[in-house]
Design a protein around this ligand. Structure first.
Ligand code: HEC
Length: 377
């Protein structure tokens, strides 16, 4: 055993022991004597130490909880503010305050703040940072020895008394110890980092301001593809085509899928020709056909053609030329395709209905005209 005892009192005492029983014995003895125990170093966890030192449980879980709640509140408030005040957007018809949609981000923020914050606070409490040099009490504590550190000054326990108690337990070394105050946060490094970050921000601001002369503009736009589309708008001029248009016309003679163009002349004869070719796709007894036809007739035709199809609708009394009866002998003989063609393209005082009514509805109203004709007979 090497034992150096200074005459003047020192700040702390370190006893290094090679067996755990000696180390624990010295710990218990120091506790009985009322010496303040600063630290116990061991190459592996020793359960009894917890009991002897009676350290209160770590407060880190509370710190973690607090940080998590902070992360949660910040995420919820921020998302609420963005979607209700700062940048309101209709996303799939959801209400602005869609608390359920905020949850994934809120959850992630909770976990992020709690975990990273806890680690940072843990390191701060241990004064462990990149660049910090921690002086070990004794290099053997990471290998095969146990060290007990006992406070001497300023509690004014006598140096002699402490070294006497510790030396009863066969310490390998027993020596006064001055804790290393240099194992603190490297403030130089931190301040240097902050200064460099500030200078960098100012420099980047100046650089972007140099490129944007107009101060009413945003100084620097980042990832502008998200803001401005590279694609041509449909009605924008386009120098890549000889006619200068972006929107291309379909080649001549193109037919929209499912729409047979009506190429008959817009005359009574044209209507007769259409009647010979176009067939009504709806049977008269198909469910809902006549009902739908009735609805269309009541809403689009009755003003001119009248309730019973006689051509005595309200508009006729206001000076619109009277249509022929849809009920007489002649009209009854007209084929479905003929009526469909006239309804679609219009003729004389009869307006075209291709744009107000779907093709199906035009065929269905023809079915209704047939029931009107049937009633008359
Ligand atoms: C603005 C008044 C007006 C409305 C609305 C109107 N028509 Fe007509 N309709 C006429 C007139 C006028 C004629 C006669 C056209 C001509 O030959 O000069 C006519 C002709 C017709 C013919 C041809 C009759 C024949 O003998 O050749 C049919 C069929 C017809 N209408 C059906 C309808 C249907 C179905 C609707 C509702 C979807 C409708 N019309 C809406 C005024 C109207």
């Amino acid at each position: 055993m090497t034992r150096e005892v200074k005459t003047e009192s020192c700040e702390q005492w370190v006893g290094v022991f090679s067996t755990v029983s000696d180390a624990l014995g010295s710990l218990r003895a120091c506790k009985e004597q009322g010496f303040p125990i600063v630290e116990f170093f061991s190459p592996y966890p020793v359960e009894e130490v917890e009991e002897i030192l009676e350290r209160r449980p770590t407060r880190l879980p509370w710190v973690c909880l607090f940080l998590g709640i902070c992360g949660l509140v910040v995420a919820l408030v921020f998302q609420f503010w963005v979607s209700n005040a700062s940048w309101r957007m209709n996303i799939g018809g959801k209400p602005d305050n869609s608390i359920w949609a905020f949850l994934p981000v809120a959850f992630e923020m909770t976990v992020l703040a709690a975990s990273i914050g806890s680690v940072i606070i843990f390191l701060m409490r241990c004064t462990l940072f990149p660049g910090v040099h921690v002086k070990m009490v004794d290099p053997r504590v990471v290998d095969d020895a146990f060290a007990v550190v006992v406070q001497d000054r300023p509690q004014a326990a006598s140096s002699e008394k402490i070294s006497d108690v510790l030396s009863k337990f066969n310490p390998d070394t027993l020596r006064p110890y001055e804790p290393d105050r240099s194992s603190q946060l490297p403030w130089g490094l931190v301040i240097g980092f902050v200064i460099v970050a500030l200078l960098w921000t100012v420099a980047m601001n100046r650089v972007s301001a140099f490129y944007t002369k107009d101060s009413s503009q945003r100084p620097h736009e980042w990832a502008t593809e998200m803001v401005y589309s590279h694609a041509y708008g449909p009605f924008e001029p386009n120098k890549n085509f000889p006619d200068g248009k972006t929107l291309r016309s379909p080649p001549p003679g193109s037919v929209a899928r499912g729409h047979v163009p009506l190429t008959f002349p817009l005359t009574k004869e044209g209507a007769v020709a259409a009647g010979a070719i176009l067939k009504n796709p709806f049977a008269s007894d198909a469910p809902g056909v006549v009902e739908r036809g009735t609805y269309i007739y009541q809403n689009f035709c009755v003003v001119c053609h009248g309730e019973t199809g006689l051509g005595d609708g309200l508009m006729i009394s206001k000076g619109v030329p009277a249509p022929p009866s849809l009920n007489d002998e002649e009209a009854t003989k007209l084929l479905d395709g003929n009526l469909f063609f006239t309804i679609t393209t219009g003729r004389g005082g009869m307006p075209p209905h291709a744009y107000q009514l779907s093709e199906d509805d035009r065929w269905k109203v023809v079915r209704y005209i047939r029931t009107l004709q049937g009633k008359k007979k």
